[in-house]
Design a protein around this ligand. Structure first.
Ligand SMILES: Cc1cc2nc3c(=O)[nH]c(=O)nc-3n(C[C@H](O)[C@H](O)[C@H](O)COP(=O)(O)OP(=O)(O)OC[C@H]3O[C@@H](n4cnc5c(N)ncnc54)[C@H](O)[C@@H]3O)c2cc1C
Length: 486
């Protein structure tokens, strides 16, 4: 059997669905093919015994980017989901029992920091000025188009000053030391490297802009959990006319020497002059369109970190926690050295999301839905079933002891991520941002044949919901420019 479309999208992750929506809104006949029974890719949920957990993203930043796609499809994000701007945004804990709470307004955060560490309030505000500038420049340069070569970026710079101001030659750690006297706040800034699964001692200081984005544009939650966002993305795609097929694994791309012609599924071929691959680039060049040169290039880039997550249904209420919490390790350098050496960190930083703090629908009355996450190497041989219980012990040593109050605990590890989403090693964010050239070494959005495009965390500009949404914007522009409708 053969069906015909203008565009076939391989993978129903956020990047695939948003690109499909944009293209359908521009009049293209689009099909999305997803191998799993569920859509959304890593944006996923688990429900059990009245508890709901977001097993992927739990924090939404820059919702305006998603709103742009929804507007293109004739609706708005606010019409489709109930957005909630979190205040406080995060609570941070250190092993010496000190803690500080970040607020939704920079001034309120600066006051909290001043009480936490004298002098830090002013340092934080000075830092935000610097980080905002990076964001403003990056938005109109790095994020404004593809990265076919360093020239594509250079062309978008207004002057050499733009380049110096994005702070790409310094590491995030070095920037932290320059801006903050207190080592705890240097560690806090380094955490933003993990938003792209990277190491703060190797990530360009450009990533400091994420802290400004959070401070200025907010940390957001979607009522009902981020699964409600996934459902809205699917709904809007379908309303825009996208045809969506689940349990439809693409086994190969069909192509001539010059151009793609479609995709193959078990027992079926789909003809399309444009194929957008939302699956990982390593899977693409190894399995779908074998290409030794490109596969080698992808394998030379460093993968982002993976993680071990524990979902805990907890009885009772835990004092002092917020919706988003971080328990920092004693020594960040050691933690990332462990990860580089392909070991699960012996003293990990633990992220804890308890969305029932904000949204009672996420846990039974009087209970809490704990999602715990540590960074690990992207290595699908890690035995997450052993690491999970150990994480609860580690947390008990520096924060709340959930073990006696746990109704159940489920573990998700790198192998689960690798198998469910075909992300090599269970990498959460595609390729990492480690090193000055990382941004230029991500697999290109334009594939090696005419009509082949990549979208999502494994290509430009990287992983995380906001960047994947930007990826869908950039790739759609490339497609519409090069494949005008006749
Ligand atoms: C534990 C965890 C926590 C996270 N936390 C956050 C957070 O708080 N905030 C944030 O912004 N981001 C977060 N992220 C990152 C975010 O989820 C991802 O960057 C984003 O969802 C990736 O989207 P994507 O479009 O790149 O594709 P993916 O989600 O990787 O989807 C790709 C899809 O392609 C499908 N596929 C692969 N091969 C084939 C094939 N051959 N045929 C058909 N289908 C195929 C896969 O099944 C999958 O559904 C987190 C991720 C994880 C795992």
């Amino acid at each position: 059997m053969t069906s015909r479309y203008d565009v076939a999208v391989v993978g129903g992750g956020v990047g695939g669905l948003l690109t499909a929506t944009r293209l359908a809104a521009a009049g293209r006949h689009v099909v999305v093919l997803e191998r799993n029974a569920d859509l959304g890719g890593k944006l996923s949920t688990r429900t059990r015994d009245g508890f709901t957990f977001d097993t992927g993203p739990s924090l939404l930043t820059l919702p305006a980017l998603l709103d742009e796609v929804f507007q293109q499809a004739g609706t708005s994000l606010a019409d489709e989901v109930q957005l909630h701007r979190l205040d406080p945004s995060f609570r941070y804990f250190w092993p010496d029992a000190t803690t500080v709470t970040f607020r939704d307004q920079p001034i309120a955060t600066a006051e909290a920091l001043e009480a936490f560490s004298p002098g830090a309030g002013a340092q934080y505000l000075a830092f935000l000025g610097h980080a905002r500038n990076i964001w403003n420049i990056s938005e109109r340069t790095f994020f404004a188009g593809d990265m076919a070569s360093p020239w594509s970026l250079l062309r978008r710079l207004r002057s050499p000053r733009d380049f110096t101001q994005i702070d790409a030659l310094r590491t995030l750690n070095a920037r932290g030391k320059k801006m903050f006297d207190d080592p705890r706040l240097q560690q806090w800034l380094g955490r933003y490297a993990t938003y792209s699964g990277s190491d703060p001692s190797r990530t360009p200081a450009t990533l400091a802009c994420i802290a400004a984005v959070e401070a200025d544009f907010g940390s957001w939650y979607v009522r009902g959990g981020l699964g409600a966002l996934r459902d809205a993305i699917v709904r809007v795609a379908q309303r825009a006319g996208v045809e969506i097929r689940t349990q439809s694994e693409v086994t190969a791309l069909e192509a001539t020497r010059r151009r793609v012609t479609g995709v193959r599924l078990a027992g079926e071929s789909i003809t399309a002059p444009v194929v957008v691959v939302n699956a990982d680039a390593e899977h693409l060049y190894r399995d779908l369109l074998p290409d030794a040169k490109r596969l080698h290039a992808v394998q030379q880039t460093e993968r982002s970190t993976s993680g071990v997550a524990v979902l805990v249904g907890v009885e009772g209420r835990t004092p002092l926690i917020e919706h988003h919490n971080v328990w920092f390790s004693r020594d960040y350098a050691r933690e990332f050295n462990d990860i580089s050496a392909n070991r699960v960190p012996s003293d990990p930083t633990i992220y804890g999301c308890v969305s029932s703090v904000t949204d009672a629908s996420q846990a039974p009355a009087g209970c809490e839905n704990w999602f715990l996450l540590i960074n690990t190497p992207s290595d699908d041989t890690i035995n997450a079933r052993d690491v999970g219980p150990w994480m609860l012990e580690q947390l008990a040593a520096v924060g709340p002891d959930l073990r006696d109050r746990a109704r159940f605990a489920e573990v998700i590890g790198p192998r689960d991520l690798a198998e469910r989403y075909r992300s090599p090693g269970g990498a959460i964010y595609g390729t990492s941002s480690n090193g000055r050239r990382a941004a230029f070494r991500r697999p290109a959005m334009r594939g090696p044949r005419r009509g082949l495009f990549l979208v999502g965390g494994a290509t430009h500009p990287g992983g995380g919901l906001p960047l994947v949404t930007l990826s869908s914007r950039i790739v759609t522009q490339l497609i519409l420019r090069s494949h005008r409708q006749r």
